[in-house]
Design a protein around this ligand. Sequence first.
Ligand code: ADP
Ligand code: MG
Length: 304
Amino acid sequence: MLQVKNVTFGYSKTKVLKAINFNVETGENLAIIGESGSGKSTLLKLIYGEYDLKQGHIFWKNQEILGPKYNLVIGYDFMKYVTQEFDLMPFISVEENIGKYLSRFYPEEKQKRTEELIKVVELEAFAKTKVKLLSGGQKQRVAIARALAKQPEILLLDEPFSHIDNFKKQSLRRSVFKYLKDNNITCVVATHDKNDVLGFADQLLVIHDSKIIEKDTPQQIYNNPKTPLIASFFGEFNVIEPYGIVYANRVKIVKQSDLKAIVKHSYFNGNNWLIEADYNSDSIFIEHNSALLKGLEIYLKISL
Ligand code: ADP
Ligand code: MG
């Protein structure tokens, strides 16, 4: 189990994180979300042991994670961290980068393991390519595979799919997160993409104003967003009295009701349209299966 106990931290006098407490069970996937600058990367760095803690403690199993004051080399063998910068060796190939820390005394095992990981990150076609020739997204995938090479017990991922184009993203996410589950690898992932969270995280933690403002399953947080900030992470929403926060996909257009609105604009959304309408001289957003003419009177029903 990973235990983060009462951690408060700042780079200067200003505190970036205040009184952070949470646990992650072995094999669990914990996602951390929060606005840019809210301290997600800082929290991962603290878990990794990149800084000394003045307040609070972090443990993996019974081992306390200590910073540079206590460790000549930062980090521990049981933990790997894929940073937002993913520093790779540019002049050697993808497979050499991934196998770099595997023993060369077992060439067959090394080869097998490297091939397995290249498959996990779907880079088969690039195994022999020099890393400097890869795109940002491909490099990110090499960094993930390299972090997995020596079977860490815990993996820290910082916005792991941010550079990867949409064609690949979904299948890659499934592949990587499935590999982690199958191998019982504990994972902490910082992200601003709801698709990294919804289908994969066991727990979701929301950081705002230096503190944890929410900690629960993604389903629970999605269904009961406590603040507009949390709802905005998941999609378009409205604040409608007396209902509170209502996602655009929960506002339905009906034949007749007390809620009358006038269509202002229809935005094509792929599998539906986002309708912006005027309701009590404010905008209301509705997901609908077709575009609607500007000026049309519609009636709405909230289905929570
Ligand atoms: P996030 O990953 O959520 O975008 P960060 O953890 O990177 O947030 O940053 C949190 C805050 O700490 C920001 O205000 C950022 O400017 C500051 N910060 C991050 N790294 C450093 C650093 N090495 N030195 C000083 N301030 C930093
Ligand atoms: Mg960050």
